[in-house]
Each structure stands twice: as structure tokens, then as C-alpha cells.
Design a protein around this ligand. Structure first.
Ligand code: CA
Length: 340
């Protein structure tokens, strides 16, 4: 798709080339029953000063994940442009309709934004927003930071996420940025090679990429928010965009894990999921990791769930109620021995 179509259909109230701090929106046309010439106003902010890389910071790709958007809002309000060497482009609530609805997917078109990249400027609202990011913002960027949490359905160990690089150099830069974040663990997640995520699209565009997973459960975690605040500043200092004195000391280097094709434990029954372990517990392939109970049928024995990979319990389903196909548990394997 011609990148000019996104530029033609969607315009921002900020000037990305102007120094200083600007806070505005970009407009995504949405012609609805009660607003024929209306738009979806997606928040965007720019803080630019002097020479240095352009970093694009995204939150709210899923509308029920909050540590990232809170962290980015604080930086937008509090950061003195004089502290910046380069340019920060903030999109803290990128899927604005999903964020307003506190839903993973957009209520406008029912689409998960993180499976729509590179987007489509002629498509429905979520695809149009993705195309603005891909076609208008990514060409300006050197680094992409995508702040996710577990969302309503998952609780995940707060962690940096490593997008696999397309070249050895890009991969090394992605790992270095994730290590700079300073989370207890950093996890390589390739979503089975799916190119439709924001981070995969950013990697394809040649940018250095880092993501996060920050707790979840559709709430705000005290510990994950503290880590997110520190980690984003650490990455920006690592990139030279913020001065070193704005970074926080990282006590221990992050331990590296990866999600293999056997990471996910999927329910095959309709019932209530009982996790056996807390997050972070070490498990081996074949270990009992959960049960599905049939609570209206007390005579029926629960079905047992087993880990399919060696590693740690990285994430688990938040609601107890499960149906066939639901992801109950995610096991992250040590990166070196990952079977990928
Ligand atoms: Ca997410």
C-alpha cells in the first residue's frame, strides 16, 4: 500500500519536525450514524531536542493493559525537553477506542490491533490506526518500545520482551535494549513468527525493538508499574536519549528465556482451571501444572494438565472459568536450551 494514502487520510495536530514539547492527536476518519464527518482522536505527543535517535513509545495497543500508558503519560507531562537528545514520539493509547472501552480489542470493528500490522489505510478503524503507525511513524523511527501487560485474561511475570531481530546486528541491539530495561527476566517471544504484531512490523522496518509484559489481570500492579517506570527510563538512557543520571541501577542482569512452540498449555475441557504453581515456579515437561474441575458435577474427577516444556511458569490464565481452546498456562524455557 502506498504510504501516502495513510498521510492523506490521517493528519496530526503536532508537527513531528518541531523542537520542544507538543501534545495533540492524530485524526482517524470515522463516519458513523451520529457523526458523519467525525474522527477517532488518537493521542500523540512529541518531545524533541538536539541530535539523537527517534524513539517511538507505544502503549494501549490492547485497551486493558495499563502500566505502559500510565508510564508514558507521566513522561509526556514531566519530561523537560532540555533533558532529551533526539526525539521521542509517544502514542500512549494507540488503540483509542479499545482503551476507552477497557477492552483488548476495538469495539468499533472487533479487531485485535496487534494482529493487523502493517495495517491498511483503506481498512476499518483498527487497520487504519495500524497503518498510521506503520506508514507515517515508523519511517521516522530508529527505536520502537511497545509496552504491553497481560490484559484481562492473563497474569504474566513482569518482564522485558525481546523481538527476534531480522539480522544478527538487529537481534543484538534488541537484546541489549531489553537487558537495559532491567527486569528480572527478559523473554524472546516470536508469536510463532507472526508478522502482524507491532513489534514484528517495527523489526521489519529495520528499527531496534523492545517490548514488555507487565503483570495483567485487567488491573494496575504496584510492582509492575514501578518496574515499567524505571525500565523505560533505563532504555532511553541506554539509547543516549536521556542522560545517564535518569537511569536506575539494575542489581542483577535479566535472566533470558524464550517461548517455544510447546510453551502454551491449552484447555480441552469446559470447567474451572486450578493452577498448581505460582508464577516463576520451575517446572519440567510432563509435570502436573493444573487441573480443570467440573464444579456442577462433583462425582466427576478433574482433568489434569501437564507442562509441555521445561522452564518456569511465565503466565497463567486469570479468570477461573475455561473453555476448550483457552490458554491456561505459559511456560518460558531458558533461552540457550530453547527448542526453537
Ligand atoms: Ca498485550
Amino acid at each position: 500500500m502506498d504510504r501516502n494514502v495513510a498521510r492523506q487520510l490521517m493528519s496530526a495536530t503536532v508537527d513531528f519536525d518541531r523542537p520542544g514539547k507538543q501534545i495533540g492527536v492524530f485524526h482517524v476518519p470515522l463516519s458513523s450514524h451520529d457523526d458523519a464527518w467525525g474522527v477517532v482522536p488518537v493521542p500523540v505527543a512529541v518531545i524533541s531536542n538536539g541530535k539523537g535517535p527517534t524513539v517511538i513509545l507505544e502503549g494501549g495497543n490492547h485497551g486493558d493493559e495499563y502500566e505502559g500508558p500510565i508510564t508514558l503519560g507521566e513522561l509526556i507531562r514531566d519530561l523537560d525537553p532540555a533533558k532529551v537528545s533526539g526525539r521521542l514520539i509517544f502514542i500512549p493509547a494507540i488503540n483509542q477506542p479499545a482503551v476507552l472501552a477497557a477492552q483488548r480489542v476495538s469495539p468499533v470493528d472487533g479487531i485485535n490491533m496487534n494482529r493487523t500490522f502493517p495495517g491498511d489505510p483503506m481498512g476499518s478503524t483498527t487497520r487504519q490506526i495500524a497503518s498510521y503507525v506503520n506508514d507515517v511513524l515508523f519511517p521516522m523511527g530508529d527505536v520502537f518500545i511497545d509496552l504491553h501487560s497481560g490484559g484481562s485474561s492473563l497474569d504474566i511475570i513482569p518482564s522485558a520482551v525481546i523481538e527476534p531481530g531480522r539480522t544478527p546486528e538487529q537481534h543484538a541491539a534488541n537484546v541489549a535494549a531489553a537487558m537495559a530495561f532491567g527486569a528480572p527476566i527478559a523473554v524472546v517471544i516470536d508469536n510463532r513468527g507472526d508478522p502482524r504484531t507491532a513489534t514484528a512490523a517495527a523489526a521489519l522496518a529495520g528499527m531496534t525493538v523492545i517490548g514488555t509484559e507487565m503483570a495483567g489481570g485487567g488491573t494496575v500492579s504496584v510492582d509492575a508499574l514501578a518496574l515499567c517506570r524505571r525500565g523505560v527510563r533505563n532504555v532511553l538512557a541506554h539509547l543516549g536519549v536521556l542522560p545517564p543520571d535518569m537511569a536506575h541501577t539494575v542489581a542483577q542482569p535479566s535472566r533470558l528465556y524464550a517461548l517455544s512452540s510447546r510453551a502454551h498449555v491449552i484447555a480441552e475441557d469446559d470447567g474451572v482451571f486450578e493452577p498448581i504453581h505460582r508464577l516463576g515456579a520451575e517446572v519440567g515437561a510432563g509435570d502436573l501444572v493444573g487441573r480443570i474441575h467440573f464444579i456442577t458435577q462433583p462425582a466427576r474427577h478433574p482433568v489434569e494438565l501437564y507442562a509441555r516444556a521445561d522452564g518456569i511458569v511465565y503466565g497463567r490464565r486469570q479468570p477461573g472459568r475455561v473453555r476448550p481452546g483457552n490458554c491456561c498456562l505459559v511456560v518460558a524455557s531458558p533461552y540457550e536450551s530453547s527448542p526453537q
